[in-house]
Design a binder for this molecule. Structure first.
Ligand code: NZQ
Ligand code: ZN
Length: 386
């Protein structure tokens, strides 16, 4: 096992009817900016629950943050923060609203001229404006980590940012919120969380027995609850296990002491930036090709995953590893998630070259757990995913 430091300061408030506890977490004298997305919270009652809880607190609102939070829109919110002397941010939404809020937390204290530099120059935020979240969509783990991904339509870019100052102070996780989520987004959430675990697991053995078991148990739980989550999101047992699995998949715990990959995400983000494909679906497109392309260096973990998660007992290490990739693809298909780029766009020709060129220009010349995936290899992987 590798050496590691681990600190996660986010307070999690989990369970039924917990949204009203938001009032206990925000300082009474705060000037709050409540941030939300396209308005789903106004239809499903979450907005009312939050507003009722915050009746004694000074709250300004900013809605309309789109899926794949858009820089231009966030810059409007930044103006509100400055104009209204906001002191505390509250994200009520899924990964997009939470990520947008993290960007604002960083931008609010950033003293450069162009907040986009936070993304392009990899500026880590040591201390941002304090914020909390009310999670409405289990998927990204953003509610308990310090990363964010921001999109800029103007340049068709989607870039990551983060820093130790960008953990939410608290996150409220009421699994009942999933009852209003459309099936397509539930499938996205399951796929995103599943792939988060794979990114931190599908590398090479390093003797981290407990981390492997944590990772496998999250995968097993997602597989177990997926059919019920999709069929009946009012099933609280399934909903609560789904929600906690998504948070645990990307709150930092399972990546401690182990090598991590994240190439699937790096490539997938380009597909969202170029074609607007839902984040989770880009992962289902890239992961199978990535694992096939890097089969030799990943096959031991692929086989272990096949044995422990999919109960594949027959054959050699190679056989089990290959069967595990097939099982993963079948799982995505069962969720209703297509796994080829051509399923999403007719204009896929040239995508591989474009992504490889972008990575070269950004100096991303060695992705993956061995820092060995050069842009020409990325190009091959994307072509395999057509
Ligand atoms: O905009 P609203 O009205 O809120 O509707 C949203 C949106 O249309 C809807 N929704 C959310 N909660 C709902 C609901 N509809 C009904 N009932 C509810 N309770 O669902 C749609 C998608 O929401 P979004 O927040 O975009 O989804 P998700 O949570 O999957 O977030 C995706 C974003 O997170 C980034 C992705 O790149 C993408 O931009 N990621 C962030 C990560 C992180 N910070 O750690 C890691 C991930 O790998 C990912 O990259
Ligand atoms: Zn993801």
């Amino acid at each position: 096992m590798n050496n590691f430091d681990f600190k996660n300061p986010t307070k999690i408030i989990f369970g039924k009817d917990t949204i009203e506890k938001v009032k206990e977490e925000i300082p009474a004298d705060a000037k709050v900016l409540l941030l939300y997305g396209g308005g789903s919270i106004k239809k499903n009652g979450i907005y009312d629950q939050v507003k009722t809880a915050l009746v004694d607190i000074d709250v300004t609102e900013f809605g309309g943050i789109p899926a794949n939070p858009e820089y231009a829109k966030l810059m409007e919110a930044l103006k509100v923060i400055k104009d209204e002397s906001i002191t505390y941010l509250l994200a009520v939404g899924g990964g997009s609203v939470i990520d947008g809020t993290k960007f604002l937390s960083a931008a609010a204290v950033y003293d450069g001229d162009t907040p986009w530099d936070i993304l392009t120059k990899n500026i880590r935020t040591e201390k941002g404006m304090p914020f909390g979240t009310v999670l409405t969509l289990p998927a990204t783990g953003s509610e308990m980590n310090s990363g964010a991904v921001i999109t800029r339509e103007e340049t068709k870019e989607k870039l990551a940012m983060g820093g130790p100052g960008l953990f939410p102070e608290f996150s409220i996780l009421d699994p009942q919120v999933i009852t209003s989520i459309p099936e397509r987004q539930l499938a996205n959430g399951l796929t995103d969380a599943f792939t988060h675990v794979l990114e931190q697991y599908m590398t090479y053995p390093i003797g981290a027995l407990l981390q492997d078991r944590f990772a496998e148990s999250i995968l097993q739980t997602l597989i177990e609850v997926a059919p019920t989550v999709l069929k009946d999101p009012t099933d609280y047992k399934a909903a609560s296990n789904f929600m906690w699995s998504c948070t645990m998949a990307l709150n930092g715990l399972i990546q401690k002491g182990v090598p991590t990959d994240w190439a699937v995400h790096a490539i997938g983000h380009e597909l969202t930036a170029l074609f607007g494909i839902d984040h989770a679906r880009t992962l289902a497109v890239i992961a199978p090709s990535h694992y096939k392309f890097n089969f030799e260096s990943k096959k031991e973990k692929l086989a272990q995953y096949g044995e422990r998660v999919w109960n594949i007992t027959e054959g050699s290490t190679d056989d089990k590893a290959y069967a595990a990739i097939e099982k993963t693809v079948a799982f995505f298909h069962k969720l209703g998630i297509d796994t080829k780029l051509s399923d999403y766009t007719k204009d896929y020709e040239g995508t591989a070259e474009k992504i490889s060129e972008r990575f070269t220009n950004r100096g991303w010349t060695g992705l993956g757990e061995h820092q060995s995936l050069s842009p020409d290899k990325v190009e091959e992987i994307v072509k395999m995913a057509y």
